[in-house]
Ligand binder design. Structure first.
Ligand code: KE4
Length: 428
C-alpha cells in the first residue's frame, strides 16, 4: 500500500506540532511506523492522503457510532452554522440537549456540558471532593480518565502505550491524593479504604474498561464498589466517556444495571464535535457553580454546533433502538469469526467483548486487569497491527485500546476483516 503522502505529511507535521500529532495515541509510537494521515471518511470507511481505503475500527475513538459523515449530523451542523458558531450565552438548544440526555441516561437529575471527556472527569472529581469535603480518590490501573494531573497515575491509553510511569509536571502534591488499585480487585479497594479511613471522596471507574484493550468487570465487582461507596459515603463515578450511549441508550448504568452517583460522558455525545458532560444526583450536582461553590466553567461549553451535532446523533440512537441490537450482533459475528481464524492459527489469544467494544490480546490467560494486558505478547500485536493495516483494516495502534464498531459496517466488511486477520496471522 503506497502511503508516501502520509510519510511526507508526517515529516512536515513534526516541524510545527510536537511529535507531529495533536494527541499522542495517533503517533503510532507503540506499533512503530508512520501514522496514516486521513483525508476523508464516509460510513465505515476512511480514505488516507494517498486515497487508500480502510475499514475503520477506531471510529474516532468512539464518537462515530453510526459511521462517518452521518447525513443528519452533517446537515444539522451545516444549517446551524449560519446562525453563528458560538454565543457565550444560554440557548434553548442546550436545554433540549440536557433534557434529551436525562431522558436516555438513568440516575441523571442534572447535567453540565463541557468540551472534552477530560474536563468532564476532572470536574466530577472536583465536585465529589466539594460534596464530601474529602480529598483522596481511587482510580484503577490502566483506566484513563483524560489528561488532568490527578488522573495521570498508572493510567491507561496513551500513558500505558508509552509506558510512562510518572508524568513530568504532575506534582506529588497532586498525585498523593490519587490512590490506585488493580481493576476487578475488590480486596485491594477494601484495603485502600481501610488505610485512608474517611479520607476518600470518590471512586472513579470505567464500568467497562477500554483503555487497556476492552476489559470487562468481573461479576460482582461493580456491585461491590456500589456497596462500599454506600457504606463509606464515597461518591461512585462511572466514567462513561467510552461506554455512554454506546453499550445501550443509557450506557453501562442501563446495560449493567448499576447506579452511579455521578457519570461522565464524551465521544458519542458530541457526534464528532468537542463535547463532554458530567451529571448525576441532584444533591451533588446542585453544588456546581453558579448554584453552589464548586466552580467549573468553559467558553465553548454547550456550543451550538457541538450541541446540534450531539443532539442529532443521540436522537438517531434514541429513535432507532434496534441499532444497539444490530451493533451487538455485528460485533459478536466479528468475534466468532476472529475466534475461528485465531484458533486455526494455533497460538494463545484472548478476545474480550461487550456490546460494540472488542479487543484481541495475544495472551495465554484471561485479560481482566492492566497487568494481564501488559503481560500479553504485545510485540506480536505490533506486527499484527501493520499486517492488518496493509490489508486496509484500521485498528487502534496500541494493544491498550478497545476497538469500536460503527453501525455502517456491513457483514461483507466484517468478512473482509476476518479474512484479513487469517492472512495476517499467517504472516506473523
Ligand atoms: P478526552 O479528553 O480525550 O475527550 O476524553 C478523555 C477520556 C476520558 N475517559 C475515557 C474512558 C476515555 O477513553 C477518554 C479518552 N479516550 C482516548 C482513547 N483511549 C482518546 C484518544 C486520545 O487520547 O487521542
Amino acid at each position: 500500500m503506497n502511503t508516501g503522502t502520509s510519510q511526507s505529511l508526517f515529516n512536515r507535521a513534526q516541524q510545527s506540532i510536537p511529535g507531529g500529532v495533536n494527541s499522542p495515541v495517533r503517533a503510532f509510537k507503540s506499533v512503530g511506523g508512520t501514522p496514516i494521515f486521513m483525508q476523508k471518511a464516509k460510513g465505515a470507511y476512511l480514505y488516507d492522503a494517498d486515497g487508500n481505503r480502510y475499514i475503520d475500527f477506531i471510529a474516532s475513538w468512539g464518537p462515530m457510532i453510526l459511521g462517518h459523515a452521518y447525513g443528519p449530523v452533517v446537515e444539522a451542523i451545516r444549517e446551524k452554522a449560519y446562525d453563528s458558531t458560538s454565543f457565550g450565552a444560554p440557548t434553548e438548544l442546550e436545554i433540549e440537549m440536557a433534557e434529551l440526555i436525562i431522558s436516555m441516561a438513568p440516575h441523571v437529575d442534572l447535567i453540565r456540558m463541557v468540551s472534552s471527556g477530560t474536563e468532564a472527569c476532572m470536574s466530577a472529581i472536583r465536585l465529589a471532593r466539594g460534596f464530601t469535603g474529602k480529598n483522596k480518590f481511587i482510580k484503577f490501573e490502566g483506566h484513563y480518565h483524560g489528561h488532568a494531573d490527578s488522573f495521570l497515575v498508572k493510567a491507561g491509553s496513551g500513558v500505558a502505550t508509552f509506558n510512562i510511569q510518572t508524568v513530568p509536571g504532575v506534582t506529588s502534591g497532586v498525585s498523593n491524593d490519587t490512590l490506585t488499585a488493580p481493576y476487578n480487585d475488590l480486596e485491594a479497594v477494601n484495603k485502600l479504604i481501610a488505610e485512608n479511613k474517611a479520607e476518600i471522596a470518590a471512586i472513579i471507574v470505567e464500568p467497562v474498561a477500554g483503555n487497556m484493550g476492552c476489559v470487562l468487570p468481573q461479576p460482582g465487582f461493580l456491585e461491590g464498589l456500589r456497596q462500599l461507596c454506600d457504606q463509606e459515603g464515597i461518591v461512585l463515578i462511572f466514567d462513561e466517556v467510552m461506554t455512554g450511549f454506546r453499550l445501550a441508550p443509557g450506557g453501562a448504568q442501563e446495560r449493567l444495571g448499576i447506579r452511579a452517583d455521578l457519570v461522565t460522558y464524551g465521544k458519542v455525545i458530541g457526534g464528532g464535535m468537542p463535547v463532554g458532560a458530567f451529571g448525576g444526583r441532584r444533591e451533588i450536582m446542585e453544588m456546581v457553580a453558579p448554584l453552589g461553590g464548586v466552580y467549573q466553567a468553559g467558553t465553548l461549553s454547550g456550543n451550538p454546533i457541538a450541541m446540534i451535532a450531539g443532539k442529532t446523533l443521540l436522537e438517531g440512537l434514541k429513535n432507532n433502538p434496534s441499532i444497539y441490537k444490530e451493533l451487538d450482533e455485528k460485533t459478536v459475528y466479528l468475534k466468532e469469526g476472529l475466534e475461528k481464524v485465531l484458533t486455526e492459527w494455533g497460538n494463545p489469544f484472548v478476545i474480550n467483548q461487550l456490546g460494540s467494544m472488542i479487543s484481541v490480546h495475544f495472551s495465554d490467560k484471561p485479560v481482566s486487569s492492566f497487568n494481564d494486558a501488559a503481560e500479553a505478547n504485545n510485540e506480536l500485536f505490533k506486527k499484527f497491527f501493520h499486517a492488518m493495516l496493509n490489508k486496509g483494516i484500521y485498528l487502534p495502534p496500541s494493544p491498550y485500546e478497545s476497538w469500536f464498531l460503527n453501525n455502517a459496517l456491513t457483514y461483507e466488511d466484517l468478512d473482509e476483516t476476518i479474512q484479513a486477520t487469517k492472512a495476517s496471522l499467517a504472516e506473523l
